[in-house]
Design a protein around this ligand. Structure first.
Ligand code: 6PG
Length: 253
């Protein structure tokens, strides 16, 4: 059962797990809560998964859950972002999620909405936005309503592929953009802030002492930072940070 987190400003919560296994167990509980609530209310659960290393442990645990505990036939998997590489590239977020989760659960293939990052970055972004529009069928001016968005955070405060100082942070209309990340000399494809902030639930998973300073900065009272993660404030939804003690070591016990 997810412990009740510390309430922060707006409907946002911080849950400090004593260790990584507990962080992942809490994340599984939160995923299951969101999935069952969405399926009960809407008949389906649309989740945007995060890439990187931290969520691997969550995906591996989800793959071990009893089949009956998660309605995989009613779950739609999207990606918060993707590297501009083919799907079999070791850096591909899709490849990581396929290996840890998708290949091990009974999710219909049509319910996995992959960023076709083998295309030109702009074309991949447009194709992915069309996939999202086809599923959510938003009215003009509306943004898609993900039931859950999982996010990580880099030590520079980036989240998804919204890196400090990059153009994607300014996007107010498109759902998906190709974002050039100068410092990494690469393109990324990413959901935009209006989409992320339109979600019913946003859950950050952050662990490790290497994230302690950026966590303290993001959570500092006078935070008016340029950290993209600080721009995640769900308009109507719930924001939950599930972090381990190491990541929270500079500001919370
Ligand atoms: C990605 C992620 C990215 C990630 C952070 C944290 O594509 O890499 O979307 O935003 O969540 O970089 O990554 P770690 O979990 O590996 O620290």
């Amino acid at each position: 059962m997810t412990q009740r987190g510390t309430r922060l400003n707006r409907p946002s919560y911080l849950l400090v797990a004593p260790d990584l296994p507990t962080l992942y167990r809490n994340a599984v509980d939160e995923f299951r809560r969101c999935a069952n609530a969405a399926v009960n209310e809407f008949g389906r659960f649309c989740v945007a998964l995060s890439g990187g290393n931290t969520p691997r442990g969550l995906y591996e645990l989800l793959a071990q859950e009893p089949a009956a505990s998660l309605p995989w036939d009613k779950i739609h998997i999207f990606f918060g972002d993707e590297r501009h590489v083919p799907q079999d590239n070791p850096d591909s977020n899709y490849r990581m999620v396929r290996e840890t989760l998708i290949s091990k659960v009974a999710i219909p293939e049509a319910n996995v909405h992959r960023v076709r990052a083998e295309l030109d970055a702009q074309a991949a972004a447009e194709d992915y936005e069309k996939q999202i529009r086809d599923v959510f069928k938003p009215q003009p001016g509306e943004f898609p309503f993900f039931d859950l968005v999982l996010l990580g955070m880099g030590d520079d405060g980036h989240t998804a592929s919204l890196f400090p100082g990059t153009a994607a942070l300014q996007e107010t209309a498109r759902f998906v953009v190709a974002n050039h990340v100068e410092k990494m000399n690469t393109d990324r494809i990413t959901l935009t802030l209006p989409v992320l902030n339109n979600a019913a639930n946003v859950v950050f998973l952050v662990c490790g002492a290497g994230k302690a300073q950026v966590m303290q900065d993001v959570f500092s009272a006078n935070n008016n930072s340029a950290y993209p993660a600080s721009s995640i404030h769900p308009t109507h939804g719930r924001l939950l940070w599930i972090v381990d003690r190491d990541a929270a070591s500079l500001f919370a016990s």
